[in-house]
Design a protein around this ligand. Sequence first.
Ligand code: SF4
Length: 377
Amino acid sequence: MTEERVEQVFGPVYFRKFVCDGKACGSLCCGGWHIPVDPLARKRFESLSDPARDDIFGKLSEKESGWEMRHGEEGNCAFLDGDGLCSLQKEHGEELLPDVCYSFPRVTYRFSGFAERALSVSCPVAALIVLPPSEPLPIEMREEPALRSSAAVRPPMEALRWESALPSIQLRAVSFLQDRELTLWQRLLRLGRFLASLEARCGKEPPDEEALRLCALEAESGEKSAPRAEAMPRLRYMAALTAALYEAEYPADRLEALACQVAVVEAEAEKEIHKRYGHILENLAVNEFFLRLYPFACGGGLLANFKLFALRFRLAEFSLLLSATAENAVPDEETVLAMLGRVMERLDHSRAADDFLRECVASDMRGLSAERVISLL
Ligand code: SF4
């Protein structure tokens, strides 16, 4: 019997609970999406003998960008069977799958000493594992079975340079996000101050534990809350961002009407959403931190990363506010999980949406402090 290969893994401790179940989600990730076939997967397909090889290549197409799975008549992956399962996996096993099918919804960043790994909540089965727990998500360095190395995402250069300090930085960040003595926005504010202080204190050098301790103290020493900016400009901005996220062209009067409607319910609905689903939003924020490898998800420094993080979080929360506005009631938990999954799917899988938000951070939030960003969202 061969021994299972293991590796050091850092991140939320829920990973082994995930089992793909196409029947439970309606094979969500097998429909509509573009599914690339990486060169190693193509080689594996080529090494099969006929008729399996012929059958597989009959379900692939070659595009300028490379090979990909064909879609069947209903827009699903050509390998998806009527039972909601993948015929490629059923007939040949998981090892034959292209990297994207083998890994989704797991996202792995591989460093020299450990791998960082999280589940994307755009998979409904993963969302049910990640979001509902009422206890804070545990985060640890531990051993787990190693995943195929070609399916890992290469971390950005800055993250690689700060590898030695990354787990400590992320643990500090998570301790702010999971501080249940504070409101969600107070926690975000402290996180923003912490990252701003780290950026100012450390420049390009990874911090040691003492520097992290001092930055954490600095983050805790300021005002607990930032005064909120006037409702209408804030809500107009969020409504415009939401429309852009779904690539919808809303005329100015429609955006204005939407912002006005949300303004009527915002205070009460937000309070109720935080009361009933604060733990879900907290878990979403903590999970995002690992899934996108904050504070190195985008260029521009640690504070810019905080801005992107806060903007994405607010967009997710804003979708719940929109639902509460439309239905005149805060959504139930099932709807909340589905809505958050859809927003994250949009944010994670649409290059246009991702580019757009990075552009917002670079232009609309340029030069703003963490306090100012929190007050504007
Ligand atoms: S990975 Fe998730 S979304 Fe995709 S088929 Fe499996 S359970 Fe469904």
